[in-house]
Structure formats: structure tokens, C-alpha cells
Design a protein around this ligand. Structure first.
Ligand SMILES: C[S@@+](CC[C@H](N)C(=O)[O-])C[C@H]1O[C@@H](n2cnc3c(N)ncnc32)[C@H](O)[C@@H]1O
Length: 519
């Protein structure tokens, strides 16, 4: 398989193994809980390479969904290569801002990303997935890197996020960026029958409107239809609910759309062409030239239901249709292209944080993130963001929990000093309420708690190995002298594959586990 080469690759290929474990120190004063702990929602302040390594003993294989929005390497983000790799070339890189003039800027960026992606993969559960925001500058290199780290067989989608118009483009106006999606193990996810579905946008409002009309107009389905159509007409073209305007017929079962009943035009002469009798005229209805979609038995069953699942015209001259009820088809797979203007996200963070919001330019849109993460994160999942910025991921997780009464947890990592007054502060305000917010739920506050964690000093390996035993027996300080020994150890396997809901141990331990060797 062709692979990506860059300066320093050989030096960072296994660097994540050399990164020392660091202390994780809960800071009560910056937390929003009575008892700051590593089992809470977390905002971790520190470099994400150290933080991810430090979180590994607690969250290995336990994170269902990862979202990252790393520097796009535009040349003006002011990011600095800071990993202390023991090589003269890379020591030279330390502390220098990576700008547009830097001829090794792509190498440095790849050297920064590779060890972090390897640790992120270790944190993902078997059914987990990672979402990576990126734009045209590094998309092709990021995709090759993700192919290497996650395996190209685990590629799921390259989602195009259209963000809004730009006025002054000279050749092309670039109005989109990307979200790359990789599964930890796509084959396993599919073999377990897991499907990523979301509620179709706008459906909830259509069904709420319909329920209101049913309560008011009872069994007068003709009037309900008129009012539904009038309501759809009033909606703006951009309103997601308008996309369902063909759902305007009603019967005792609910709101439906008369779907095509014709068999596909595949040239099959054997398509069924039986008679369907019109319920009023008692004559055989007109037939589609390609025959019926269903065999006769299935159609008879649909006709026998109360109300029948076949829709008839006023007389036999109209070809009948199948009734598709909106409440039975509320979910769909997400699309690989979507539109969400970026400016709304900036305005929302300004509403929450005031002028401090400017410290994190271009925050991501909370609704779009909730839509993406909600595909994978179940009600009890852990969601991690290692490039947290203004904390949009935590906000999205809290919104998802509010919608479905879920108990998802978030783990955010941010290295800048604003981890407290931006990242954590947004979460504090979302929890407690934002009086100026337009959204009613945000005004009241979504409730909850989180612990603020500082990444502390590096830990000495010897002191870790002397640790008597971890409180959780699955996590045990074990050493193996060879990879083969580690691979065949049942103890290593139980560490390597904790149950997805495994509680993390309550003291730090170090595990020389199967995945450590196999990376
Ligand atoms: C593009 S911003 C993320 C914006 C975020 N998605 C939002 O909606 O606000 C990238 C963030 O990653 C942080 N970051 C960059 N390198 C990091 C590192 N090595 N460790 C931790 N955070 C880092 C930056 O400080 C910045 O806040």
C-alpha cells in the first residue's frame, strides 16, 4: 500500500510509547462539582499528547466517539511544534511558530498529528468512531495519515460541510471544509447490525403540527390535509420541515405520503400484474406498465389492515399507491454533504462568553456537532475532544443529553491558558444558564457538573510499577518482557479489552498491554 512520507516520521512513529505518564490533578476551585474526580465530565488543561497518555489507563477502549478540530496549518494560527522528541532536527523545531514561510510546515504538522492519532485510536471502543475536522490545506495528508493509523478499511465518510459565501475569491470561492470519519472497526460495527441513524431534520415539528391538528379536528382527515398543506406553504424554502411537504394525507394511523406502487423498470416480464379492486367502484384499478412492486400476498395483507395501507384515487382510473407513514420513517443515514453557516456558531459563543469569545476564532457549530456525534454516541457514551477550543463538543454533548435524557459524558483537552476562562467557562455558563441567550433551554441552563483537571508532572516508571495494586482488578500494573508474552497473556487481554462501560480505576496504574505492543 502506498504510504505517506515526511521528515521526522521514523522518529515519531512510536513516540507515543515513549511519552511518560503524567499526573492528572483535579482542581476543585475550577470544577463545578462537590467532588472533583476523573470519573466526571472533564476539562483537562495541558498538552493533549501528555493528557491523552495520562488518560489512557482510565479510558483505554472506553471512548465511543472522538471529535477533533486540530490546527488546519493555515500558516497564521500561531501553532508551535512542542513534542520533545530526542532528535537534533526536531529539537531545532521546538518553540518556533509554524508559519507560511516554514518549508517544513507540513512535516511538522504531520509529526504533531501522528502520535496523537495513535493514542486517540487506543482510547476508542470497538464500536467507536473518530470525526476529524479539516480543510483543503491538509485534507489529503490527514486522510493518508488516518488510513495508516486506523486502516483504510475503516474509512467511513468524507463529509463536506458547506459554510457560507465568500465575496472576494479570485479563481474559486471555497465555501466548504471537511469532516473525515473513521470507525475503530467498521467490519465489527456492521456485523453487529449497528446502523448510524439520525432523526430527519424537521420531522419532529411536522409530527407535532399534525398531532395538534388531530387533537383539534379529530377524524376530519380532509380538513387536516388542507391545514397541513397551508402550514407547509407558510414555511420558508430553507426550513427543514418543508422537505416533508409531500406528507399531507391523513388517516386514522397518521400522516402519510402516497408512494409509488410500481415495480422498478428492470425489464422483468414476471413483475406481478394482478387485479386490485377499487373499494368504491369495485372495478379493477389501472396498473403501472412495469407491474406492481409487491407480490399479491403482501398487497392483500396491506389491504386487510385497518386502515388499509393502500391509497386509492377517487375511482379505478387512478393507479393506487402505498401509504408511507411519516412516524414510521423518521430516521435516516446522515448525508455526506450538509450546509450550516459558520457565523451562527460565533454569535452563539459571543452570547455565552461576551468579548472573550474572540480568543477562539471560528468555533464550530454546536447543532452540527450534535448531529454528527449523535450518530455514534449512545445515551451512556463518553465523547472526547482533544483540541477543545471554546468547548463546543461539551455543549453538543449536553444538548444531546437534554434532548433524550441521556447520560453521555465529555472529556475535553485544551492546552492554552484559556482552558479555564473560555473552555471551562462556556461549560459553567451552559450548565448554570445564560440570561441573554435566545434559546430558552440555554437561558435556564442545562444542569450538570464537570471536573477541571491539570496535567501535572511526569511520573517515574519505577514508582508506578511499585504501586501495590489498582483498586479495579482489571487494571493491574503488569510488565511483559516480550510482545509475544504480552499478546498471549490473559491478563493483558482483559486490560486491552475492558467492557465498554468499564469504570476507570481510581488510582493511576500503568499497563503494558497487548495494544501497546501491537501499535
Ligand atoms: C481550531 S481550535 C478548536 C475549536 C473548537 N472546535 C471550537 O468549536 O471552539 C483548536 C484548539 O486546539 C488547541 N490545541 C492545539 N494544539 C494543542 C495541543 N497540543 N494540546 C491541546 N490543545 C491544543 C488550540 O489551543 C485551540 O484552542
Amino acid at each position: 500500500m502506498p504510504s505517506l512520507n515526511f521528515k521526522g516520521k521514523a522518529l515519531v512513529q512510536n513516540y507515543h510509547l515513549l511519552v511518560p505518564y503524567h499526573e492528572l490533578k483535579p482542581v476543585k476551585a475550577k470544577s463545578l462539582t462537590d467532588k472533583a474526580s476523573l470519573h466526571d465530565n472533564l476539562v483537562v488543561h495541558g498538552d493533549n499528547l501528555k493528557a491523552l497518555k495520562a488518560l489512557l489507563p482510565y479510558y483505554h477502549g472506553g471512548v465511543k466517539c472522538i471529535y477533533i478540530d486540530p490546527p488546519y496549518n493555515t500558516g497564521n494560527e500561531g501553532w508551535v511544534y512542542n513534542d520533545n522528541v530526542s532528535s537534533p532536527m526536531m529539537q531545532e523545531w521546538l518553540g518556533k511558530v509554524v508559519d507560511r514561510e516554514d518549508l517544513t510546515r507540513h512535516d511538522k504538522w504531520l509529526c504533531m498529528m501522528l502520535p496523537r492519532l495513535k493514542l486517540l485510536r487506543e482510547l476508542l471502543s470497538d464500536e467507536g468512531a473518530i470525526f476529524v475536522s479539516i480543510d483543503d490545506i491538509e485534507i489529503h495528508r490527514m486522510r493518508s495519515l488516518l488510513d495508516e493509523v486506523f486502516g483504510e478499511e475503516n474509512f467511513v465518510a468524507n463529509v463536506v460541510w458547506e459554510k457560507g459565501r465568500k465575496g472576494d475569491a479570485k479563481l474559486f470561492a471555497s465555501v466548504h471544509e471537511y469532516v473525515l470519519v473513521y470507525a475503530r472497526n467498521k467490519e465489527l460495527i456492521l456485523s453487529r447490525g449497528i446502523r448510524w441513524k439520525r432523526t430527519k431534520p424537521g420531522v419532529d415539528r411536522v409530527l407535532a403540527k399534525y398531532d395538534g391538528l388531530r387533537a383539534k379536528l379529530k377524524h376530519n382527515h380532509a380538513r387536516i390535509r388542507e391545514e397541513m398543506m397551508a402550514w407547509y406553504r407558510e414555511l420558508s424554502a430553507a426550513d427543514a420541515a418543508k422537505a416533508h411537504k409531500h406528507y399531507n394525507w391523513s388517516d386514522e394511523r397518521g400522516l402519510y405520503f402516497p408512494a409509488d406502487f410500481a415495480g422498478p423498470d428492470d425489464g422483468r416480464e414476471s413483475r406481478p400484474r394482478y387485479d386490485i379492486i377499487h373499494p368504491v367502484t369495485k372495478k379493477s384499478c389501472a396498473k403501472p406498465s412495469t407491474g406492481w412492486r409487491w407480490d399479491e400476498e403482501r398487497t392483500q395483507e396491506a389491504l386487510a389492515e385497518e386502515p388499509p395501507r393502500i391509497h386509492f384515487g377517487p375511482d379505478e382510473s387512478t393507479i393506487p399507491n402505498r401509504k408511507t407513514y411519516l412516524k414510521e420513517v423518521t430516521e435516516e443515514a446522515a448525508l455526506t454533504v450538509f450546509y450550516k453557516d459558520g457565523r451562527a456558531a460565533t454569535l452563539l459563543v459571543e452570547q455565552i462568553l461576551g468579548k472573550d469569545a474572540a480568543e477562539v476564532p471560528f468555533p464550530k457549530d454546536v447543532e452540527s456537532l450534535a448531529d454528527l456525534l449523535g450518530l455514534v454516541a449512545d445515551k451512556d457514551s463518553i465523547v472526547l475532544d482533544a483540541f477543545a477550543g471554546s468547548g463546543t463538543t461539551a455543549h453538543a454533548v449536553m444538548n444531546l443529553n437534554q434532548e433524550d435524557n441521556g447520560g453521555r459524558r465529555f472529556v475535553l483537552i485544551e492546552e492554552k491558558e484559556y482552558a479555564d476562562h473560555i473552555t471551562a467557562e462556556r461549560i459553567r455558563r451552559v450548565i448554570k444558564g445564560v440570561p441573554k441567550a435566545k434559546d430558552e433551554a440555554l437561558q435556564k441552563g442545562l444542569g450538570g457538573s464537570f471536573s477541571f483537571i491539570e496535567v501535572g508532572n511526569a511520573m517515574q516508571l519505577e514508582s508506578l510499577l511499585k504501586a501495590t495494586r489498582c483498586r479495579l482488578t482489571r487494571f493491574w500494573p503488569v510488565t511483559f518482557s516480550t510482545p509475544r508474552q504480552a499478546r498471549s497473556s490473559t491478563r493483558a487481554r482483559s486490560i486491552a479489552r475492558p467492557a465498554s462501560s468499564a469504570r476507570a480505576p481510581s488510582m493511576t496504574c500503568i499497563c503494558f498491554t497487548r495494544p501497546t505492543w501491537s501499535i
